[in-house]
Design a protein around this ligand. Structure first.
Ligand SMILES: O=C(O)[C@H](O)[C@H](O)COP(=O)(O)O
Ligand SMILES: [Mg+2]
Length: 301
């Protein structure tokens, strides 16, 4: 059963019990480019109390460095080494887990941030933002030459997805023996500033259906992202809390990692999913309306 936070003591106890605070981004800190009220103040409270702050986003459209630009633009203090994204997690998975040979390449369905992280990890790629692949011209195999060096397809949120990219990815995944199928994340929807949009999971779905095969997911709830954090940040899982807006990614990620979990209702999850007649089997430790509620500890109300 989740604890619904309400009194200043409830929030003060969270501050006493947890030294490391991991934040999801879309739906917790912001929706699109709309900053959620109280976020800056709450992060200031945590930093003033010497808490470790980590950002863990499934949004693969930006690299860690370009996310730093978004944080700066929205006036939210963040340092690149506090930011972990699914683009970074997929690049690390390819380099450190699959150990993709330098002679091999990746075909990308995704945007500039995913390409940046692959480049940082020394992974060669095609597709992505290449103008030749970002076309609405009909795709024909008569004009397609299979690149035998493509050993993986990585699929992330791609607002320019088209039939050419899906068709090329399909060729590699069916004709290059052992070609890995990787999804940066599988969020079904994305909470933009003005409402829900199809998420990364909806971008890889056509390939899953055409192939009859599921990808390996490197984003939340998979442990890959937490492994990336562990490789750079020393923290005690028992004194760490994960704050998220989506049950089947953020809260499950926290539970898989042995972390405490706090669900906020400013993004994807609606109250009815946790208190309704058919509640989700994924039960967060704590629930509050919005991250901004934590300001109550400063006001002592
Ligand atoms: O890929 C998606 O659907 C979105 O980027 C999704 O919102 C993940 O972002 P997060 O909530 O993990 O920051
Ligand atoms: Mg989110």
């Amino acid at each position: 059963m989740s604890v619904r936070l309400s009194s200043p003591d409830d929030y003060s106890k969270l501050l006493d019990d947890y030294d490391t605070w991991m934040f999801d981004c879309d739906g917790v800190l912001w929706r699109g480019d709309h900053l959620i009220e109280g976020v800056v103040e709450v992060l200031d409270i945590l930093r003033s109390r010497k808490k470790k702050v980590i950002f863990v986003t499934n949004n693969a459209t930006k690299s860690r460095k370009s996310y730093k630009g978004k944080f700066d633009q929205l006036g939210v203090e963040a340092h690149v080494d506090e930011i972990y994204g699914s683009a970074y997690a997929s690049a690390v998975y390819l380099s450190s887990v699959i150990k993709l040979p330098k002679s091999k390449k990746v075909y990308v369905i995704g945007m500039g941030g995913l390409e940046e992280e692959l480049r940082e990890e020394g992974i060669a790629f095609t597709g992505g933002t290449d103008p030749a692949d970002n076309t609405l011209e009909p795709f024909t195999l008569a004009n397609f030459t299979l690149d035998p060096d493509i050993a993986a397809v990585v699929c992330g949120l791609d607002t320019g997805v088209n039939y050419t990219k899906l068709s090329k990815a399909f060729q590699y995944l069916t004709r290059n023996s052992g070609c890995h199928f990787i999804a940066t994340n599988e969020d079904s929807t994305y909470p933009s500033a003005n409402g829900l949009l199809p998420g990364a999971g909806a971008i890889s779905a056509p390939l899953r259906y055409a192939l009859g095969r599921d990808p390996v997911c490197t984003g939340k709830p998979a442990s890959t992202m937490l492994d990336c954090v562990k490789a750079k940040v020393n923290f005690d899982p028992k004194r760490t809390i994960m704050i998220g807006d989506r049950l089947n990614t953020d809260i499950l990620f926290g539970q898989n990692g042995g972390l405490a979990t706090l669900l906020v209702l400013t993004g994807i999850t609606q109250e009815a999913e946790i208190t309704g007649p058919n509640p989700s089997p994924i039960v967060p430790d704590f629930v509050t309306e919005t991250l901004g509620d934590l300001r109550i500890v400063e006001r002592g109300q």
